[in-house]
Write a protein that binds this ligand. Structure first.
Ligand SMILES: *Cc1c(COP(=O)(O)O)cnc(C)c1O
Length: 221
């Protein structure tokens, strides 16, 4: 199946309230354009340099999501250029995004990445850290950053019950945030699900799936 056919099939299949990020890291712009021409508008990249190189080569109405681990010295170059940073994994990073957004005169939309997987290698806040952040209402200090929800990844395993439990834990994190801070506005997004597990993620409440391989094929690292 071509990239365009995969995009069309995915869009036809997805429930109306679920959006798809086409994760295009390591794929050339020609392939992104195939997806774009089939109607895809949200693209996800995980490396700052690669993203900055692709932005000017793609149409202006692309909405870029940054989904990788973001080093603090690279924040300034992304602020104002991406529609969303999904992978905010420390308060330090969040505060820096806010400071740079103030300086740039823009509002940044971000997700808090939560760590639930049974793997040490994944980044993210532990749920308790997020609950503490919310209950202490530290978000009130943000001047130019909109917390839009939660992003998370399931354990990389064939055990679908483990994967489902991880997605339930991620969904629970978002639900509890709103219980702790019910006045948090626009905290709507639950970003979870990748090529191998997005159907389970949607069953567990995902509103944003991040799909690479199932659209573009395997990556050549
Ligand atoms: C690479 C990546 C994806 C996409 O993974 P696929 O298995 O290729 O769909 C999704 N989310 C994040 C955070 C990624 O780094």
């Amino acid at each position: 199946m071509s990239i365009a056919e995969k995009i069309r099939e995915l869009h036809a299949w997805l429930p109306a309230d679920v959006e798809v990020v086409a994760v295009s890291k390591f794929h050339p712009v020609e392939q992104l354009m195939e997806a774009y021409n089939a109607g895809q508008r949200i693209f996800g990249e995980s490396r700052q340099q690669e993203l900055l190189a692709k932005i000017p080569q793609m149409p202006a109405d692309v909405r870029w999501h940054f989904i990788g681990h973001l080093q603090t010295n690279k924040v300034r170059s992304l602020v104002g250029r991406v529609a969303m940073i999904e992978s905010v994994d420390t308060q330090h990073l969040l505060d820096l995004i806010d400071a740079e957004s103030v300086k740039a005169g823009v509002v940044s939309r971000v997700l808090l990445q939560v760590h639930v997987a049974q793997e040490e290698t994944k980044f993210g806040f532990y749920p308790e850290e997020i609950y503490q952040y919310m209950s202490e209402r530290r978000f009130e200090a943000l001047k130019a950053t909109h917390l839009c929800g939660i992003m998370g990844m399931a354990t990389n395993t064939d055990d679908t019950e483990r994967v489902r439990l991880d997605f339930q834990a991620i969904a629970e994190c978002k639900r509890r945030c709103l219980e702790i801070a019910p006045d948090l506005r626009g905290f709507d997004i639950l970003s979870m699900g990748m090529s191998d597990d997005f159907k389970i993620a949607i069953e567990e409440g995902s509103t944003l799936v991040r799909i690479g391989t199932a659209i573009f094929g395997p990556r050549n690292y």
